[in-house]
Design a protein around this ligand. Structure first.
Ligand SMILES: Cc1cc2nc3c(=O)[nH]c(=O)nc-3n(C[C@H](O)[C@H](O)[C@H](O)COP(=O)(O)OP(=O)(O)OC[C@H]3O[C@@H](n4cnc5c(N)ncnc54)[C@H](O)[C@@H]3O)c2cc1C
Length: 396
């Protein structure tokens, strides 16, 4: 693919960079590279998202009539890269913009598009994803949350788990079983569920990092209007997979640029960390590992370009996104492990310790990176997708 920008795209990139250089809060720029909005920054995240939206930097590929800009994925890539280069804060409604919005654009009725899309972009309504259950993760089609028709509503009962941001979400992308007799992929329906409806309770779960980024969600006879169904009854599997394709894309898209910044951060760490009378950057073994990360970053960029080519041709994201997810996750975990090796025992010091390097961010990002191979579909499952759908190998 040709990665050369047109003159119009060059001008757009200059505008974006100029806006970011004037608007990224100076106290954010030196902060750790994390994609996840952290609890202390939720209110700031809302305000930041509103600013980005007002500047026209969100929903670039979304139709204009629903608050988007009707541009191409190339402009989206330009914005993503510029956001990372300027170390801009993460977007709070990351699941709404990356997943719910694109799925509503693909499957929603005009009324649903008018109702939901603009508020996703402004951050007025935050979204979460209600897929996983205690007995349905990789094998998502085994989900047991039931939705039973009751007049012009459905009554939903069941439990979701690992639901990121449910504690601040206004809406959920919900998969529920509407026909328990049908083969398991055929009895599922996709709903847009109001998180403030009676019968929804959210219980936070504490993670390895100490943050409570995700939750258990209990649903007890929650009344969901039938008009909140996305797509057709019992055909939610295809809708749900579309969301997952966009999830991998959203993960993969910004991650290539973020990986590049993380590599730069770890190189800088190696240059300033003392080791054997010199710096860690002069250690011959560590240098090999650092060089490999620089190579990985370039490979990642060109692999991402293949997925982008597909989008620029107007196609939906395909299984290529799984390749990007596997690659990023393995290399990002290796990068975090290398940062621990460079820091040695002081890497154990976290936030709150006056001796922690970079305010304990390397400890946080190392611990958080362990989830990379689980969230958004595990590495084993991504490998199955690549094996079956890209390489054409026999089914699992
Ligand atoms: C930080 C984080 C945020 C998350 N946010 C959300 C969210 O917002 N919404 C949501 O719905 N879910 C969310 N999840 C859940 C995530 O999607 C699931 O954890 C994931 O899909 C795996 O499911 P599971 O935990 O049930 O593990 P299991 O499916 O039980 O898997 C256990 C192990 O078995 C392996 N395995 C399973 N089946 C196969 C197979 N066929 N072949 C080979 N190996 C296999 C898996 O790879 C894994 O190693 C989140 C998870 C994390 C870590």
């Amino acid at each position: 693919m040709d990665l050369t920008l047109t003159p119009a795209q060059e001008a757009f990139r200059a505008q974006v960079r100029d806006w970011l250089s004037r608007n990224v809060p100076p106290d954010w720029a030196p902060r750790p590279v994390t994609d996840i909005p952290r609890a202390e920054a939720y209110e700031f995240g809302r305000m930041w998202q509103q600013k980005l939206h007002a500047a026209g930097l969100l929903g670039l590929t979304w139709p204009r009539e629903y608050g988007g800009r009707g541009l191409t994925w190339m402009e989206e890539l330009i914005v993503q890269e510029a956001m990372v280069q300027h170390r801009a804060p993460p977007v709070l409604n990351i699941l709404g913009i990356g997943m719910a919005g694109p799925t509503i654009i693909a499957y929603g009725t005009p009324a649903q598009k008018h109702r939901y899309l603009a508020k996703i972009l402004t951050g007025e309504e935050i979204w979460c994803q209600g897929y996983s259950e205690p007995n349905a993760g990789s094998d998502l089609a085994s989900l047991q949350t039931r939705a039973v028709r009751d007049g012009d509503h459905y009554l939903v009962t069941g439990q979701k788990v690992w639901t990121s941001l449910a504690h601040i979400a206004d809406w959920m992308m919900l998969l529920a079983r509407t026909d328990p007799e049908a083969p398991k992929h055929e009895g599922i329906t996709y709903f847009l569920m109001d998180m403030h409806a009676p019968g929804v309770s959210v219980r936070p779960l504490r993670q390895l990092t100490g943050d409570t980024e995700f939750n258990e969600v209990f649903l007890d006879n929650v009344r969901v209007p039938a008009e909140n169904m996305l797509g057709q009854v019992n055909q939610g599997w295809a809708v749900g997979i579309t969301t997952l394709m966009y999830e991998r894309l959203a993960l993969g898209f910004g991650l290539q640029a973020r990986f590049q910044i993380a590599v730069e951060s770890v190189l800088a760490l190696a240059r300033r960390t003392p080791r054997n009378g010199a710096t860690a950057g002069r250690d011959p073994v560590l240098r090999q590992k650092l060089a490999q990360l620089v190579i990985d970053s370039a490979v990642f960029k060109y692999t991402g370009a293949r997925a982008l080519t597909r989008l620029l041709k107007g196609e939906r994201p395909g299984p290529e996104a799984s390749v990007g997810k596997i690659w990023w996750c393995e290399r990002h975990q290796a990068l975090q492990e290398l940062a621990q090796e460079i820091l040695g025992p002081s890497a154990q010091l976290g936030r709150g310790s006056p001796w922690a390097v970079d305010e304990g961010m390397w400890q946080y990002t190392f611990l958080r990176s362990r989830a990379n191979s689980i969230e958004g579909g595990t590495t084993q499952i991504q490998k199955n997708i690549v094996a079956e759908r890209v390489l054409g190998l026999p089914r699992d």
